[in-house]
Design a protein around this ligand. Structure first.
Ligand SMILES: Cc1ncc(COP(=O)(O)O)c(C=O)c1O
Length: 271
């Protein structure tokens, strides 16, 4: 089921600024047993994105009602919400008081081999770099050309690709955040210049605190990944994927990954 501004349908105007400029935001939520998980966290991130882009945030109760209809009764595995600055006159200048476009899509579960969370995944290092821009860092905005270009670098030989910024710092992967384990500390790149501040990344950091595992946000390079005691990737739909191969090297799987996955599953209260 797809709703555009609350109405069933799958069309937007050709003048929509989301299409023309990527002028908007999106959220992907996991749905289990007809319920969207971590709803409040997604709403909070979208509201923060709205603040950053100067977009009016629709009432979360309206999102909620539409999300519930889009989940419907079918076998829904995910929800995608999109918010754009709406159809506008020509030119970049953002209209005052825009009539935003709100899109809610119920999606089937992703068709992926089972058990990657246990077996681990193979990742490459992408040639495409992430540009550094603190004004957009962390925001889940609709400009995803860097990810599109990066994902075009491989077919099926890898599960994910790690992306560096233009200063050779490791940031994240094309559709997931990255963690490395060093000296029994859970480390993840800071996202003050680029990258998406993942909901799952935040949940993993909280789970680590609850387990008494030391954490550190820092600046890391490829050599740090190669020397790590373990690497893993996170996003809303995969939760945690341990990395078993980084380009042509195998990577140890740290026992910390299993503890964190268990803690995440326990915390899956949908809040
Ligand atoms: C570029 C990028 N980074 C990170 C993430 C992970 O974010 P989350 O944990 O909120 O799904 C995503 C999710 O789609 C993403 O597209």
């Amino acid at each position: 089921v797809i709703l555009v501004n609350g109405q069933p349908g799958d069309c937007v105007m050709v003048t929509d600024r989301g299409l023309a400029y990527g002028d908007g935001l999106f959220e992907t939520l996991a749905v289990r047993d007809g319920r969207a998980l971590h709803w409040d966290r997604h709403m909070t991130r979208m509201a923060a994105g709205c603040e950053r882009l100067g977009l009016p945030m629709p009432d979360p109760r309206q999102w909620r009602a539409e999300a519930q209809s889009a989940i419907g009764t079918q076998d829904c595995g995910a929800l995608k919400l999109m918010l754009t600055r709406g159809a506008g006159p020509r030119g970049y200048r953002p209209p005052r008081g825009p009539a935003t476009t709100r899109i809610v899509m119920g999606l089937p579960p992703v068709d992926r081999p089972d058990g990657l969370g246990e077996t681990g995944v193979d990742v490459c290092i992408c040639r495409t770099r992430l540009g550094r821009n603190p004004a957009l860092a962390g925001v889940k905005h609709l400009n995803r050309l860097e990810q599109v270009m990066a994902r075009g670098e491989w077919d099926d030989e890898y599960h994910e690709g790690i992306m560096l910024d233009t200063e050779d710092l490791v940031i994240e992967a094309t559709m997931s955040n990255l963690f490395l384990i060093r000296d029994d500390t859970l480390c993840t790149p800071v996202l003050d210049q680029c990258g998406v501040a993942g909901i799952t990344r935040a949940r993993v950091m909280e789970a680590a605190h609850a387990l008494g595992i030391p954490t550190r946000e820092g600046r890391f390079r490829v050599r740090d990944l190669q020397e790590a005691e373990g690497l893993f990737l996170t996003n809303t739909l995969i939760d945690i994927w341990p990395v078993r191969r980084l380009a042509d090297r195998s990577v140890p799987v740290s026992p910390m990954v299993g503890r964190l996955r268990e803690a995440l599953t326990r915390g899956e209260d949908g809040a």
